[in-house]
Design a protein around this ligand. Structure first.
Ligand code: KG4
Ligand code: ZN
Length: 354
C-alpha cells in the first residue's frame, strides 16, 4: 500500500506491506514556515504541489516497488488545511485512476492512532506485539487531543477531547511566548529534561470531572501571566530559569493528559492504551504514562518516536486495514474535507454509567 500525507506541513509518502515499512520519504516544510511563526496554509499547498511527485517516487524507489505491484493508494483526505489536503487527494485519485489501483481516503487522526500497528523500526520480525482490539487511543498532536475507543480500523468511538487548544498547540504557543522557534514542542521537551520541576505553580485543569474532557487554555493563561509578571516587557527567561519553566509547563500538560486519560480508560474498562501523534514523542509524557500505566495495570503502547510525527507509513498502514475490511473510494468522487470527525465517531457513556 502506498500512503500519502499532505494535510499540514509535511509531504510524506511510504510503502507498507502488512504493517512493515518498505520505503518512505518526507519533505518537511518546517524551515519554510518557521519565519512566519506557524504554518501558512497557501504556502503549504504550493510547496506540496512541488514536492508530492518526487516524494512518492523516492518512497517507491526505496521500497523497490513498481506502481504495478501496489495493492492500493491510501491518502489523508480529512481533516487538515484544505489546499494542502487537495494536493494529496487529487494526486492519489489521478494515480489510482492511471495505475488501475483502489484509492482509500483516510482520517488523519485515525491514521495516527493506527500507527500503533506498524512494525517498530529496527525490528526484523514478521510478527511483533500489537495492542488488542478494542483499545483506548489518545491522539495528541498539533491539531488534536482526543481519546478514542478503537473497535477496528473503521470504528473509532470518541470518548473525550479538548475543549480548546490541542496539546501540541499549547506546547507551540508556550514556546513562542518564551521565544522558541516553531514548532516548539521538541525544544520544550529538550529544555525540560535540563530543568527542575516545582519552581512555578501551574494549574493542571480538568481534574475531578468525569466527562473525559481536556483543556489547556487555563494553563496557557497562567504561564503567560507568570512570564508577564516576572520579566520586564520584551525580556524573556533564559538559562536555568527557562529550563525550569519548560519542566513545569510540560509536567502540567503531561499530568492532565495522564489523569484524564487513565480515568476514562478505567471508566470504559479498557486494558490497552495507545498514545499517538506528534506530542507522543515527548520524553516526559512517555515516562509518565509508562509508570502510571504499569501502576494501573494498563498495557501501554506508545507509538515509536519515528512514527509519531506526520508520516506516510501511518496512512498506508490504516489504508491496508481498511482495504482488507472492504473499504475503497471512487477516484472520481473522493474529495478533501478540511474538518470532519473520524469515521463513525460518536460519544458513548462509560461502562456502567446510567
Ligand atoms: O502529529 P503532528 O506531526 O502534526 C499534527 O497532526 O498536528 O504533531 C505536531 C505537533 C506540534 O505541535 C509539535 O510541537 C508537537 O507535535 N511535538 C511535540 C514533540 N514533538 C512534536 N510536543 C512535545 N514534545 C515533543 N517531543
Ligand atoms: Zn498529525
Amino acid at each position: 500500500m502506498l500512503g500519502l500525507e499532505t494535510s499540514c506541513d509535511e509531504t510524506a509518502a511510504a510503502v507498507v506491506e502488512r504493517g512493515r515499512v518498505l520505503g518512505q520519504s518526507v519533505a518537511t516544510q518546517i524551515p519554510i514556515h518557521r519565519r512566519f511563526g506557524g504554518v501558512v496554509p497557501e504556502v503549504a499547498a504550493r510547496n506540496h504541489l512541488m514536492t508530492v511527485l518526487p516524494t512518492i517516487e523516492a518512497a517507491l524507489a526505496q521500497a523497490c516497488v513498481a506502481p504495478q505491484a501496489l495493492g492500493g493508494i491510501a491518502v489523508t483526505a480529512r481533516p487538515g488545511l484544505i489546499g494542502a489536503l487537495l494536493v494529496g487527494v487529487q494526486t492519489a485519485n489521478a494515480l489510482a485512476w492511471a495505475w488501475h489501483k483502489p484509492v482509500i481516503g483516510v482520517d488523519h487522526t485515525a491514521a495516527h492512532v493506527w500507527s500503533a500497528m506498524l512494525r517498530p523500526p529496527g525490528l526484523d520480525a514478521d510478527d511483533w506485539p500489537r495492542p488488542r482490539l478494542p483499545f483506548a487511543a489518545l491522539a495528541v498532536s498539533g491539531g488534536h487531543t482526543s481519546l478514542y475507543r478503537v473497535n477496528g480500523p473503521a470504528e473509532l468511538v470518541l470518548l473525550g477531547r479538548t475543549l480548546d487548544d490541542a496539546a501540541g498547540e499549547a506546547f507551540d504557543k508556550f514556546g513562542k511566548l518564551i521565544g522558541l522557534p516553531y514548532p516548539a514542542g521538541p525544544e520544550v521537551d529538550r529544555l525540560a529534561a535540563q530543568g527542575r520541576v516545582g519552581q512555578v505553580r501551574l494549574p493542571r485543569g480538568m481534574l475531578g470531572r468525569s466527562d473525559g474532557a481536556y483543556s489547556f487554555s487555563g494553563l496557557k493563561t497562567a504561564v503567560r501571566m507568570h512570564v508577564a509578571s516576572q520579566y520586564a516587557s520584551g525580556a524573556l527567561p533564559t538559562g536555568a530559569e527557562r529550563a525550569n519553566l519548560c519542566a513545569d509547563f510540560q509536567a502540567a500538560v503531561v499530568e492532565q493528559l495522564l489523569r484524564v486519560t487513565l480515568d476514562s480508560v478505567r471508566r470504559h474498562r479498557l486494558r490497552d492504551l495507545v498514545v499517538a501523534g506528534g506530542v507522543a514523542a515527548n520524553c516526559g509524557l512517555r515516562a509518565g504514562f509508562a509508570e502510571a500505566c504499569a501502576r494501573a495495570r494498563v498495557r501501554f503502547w506508545p507509538v515509536a518516536p519515528a512514527y509519531c510525527g506526520d508520516n506516510g507509513a501511518m496512512v498506508a498502514c490504516l489504508g491496508e486495514a481498511l482495504l482488507r475490511a472492504g473499504h475503497r473510494d471512487d477516484p472520481f468522487t473522493l474529495d478533501a474535507q478540511a474538518t470532519g470527525e473520524v469515521r463513525r465517531a460518536a460519544t458513548v457513556p462509560a461502562a456502567g454509567a446510567p
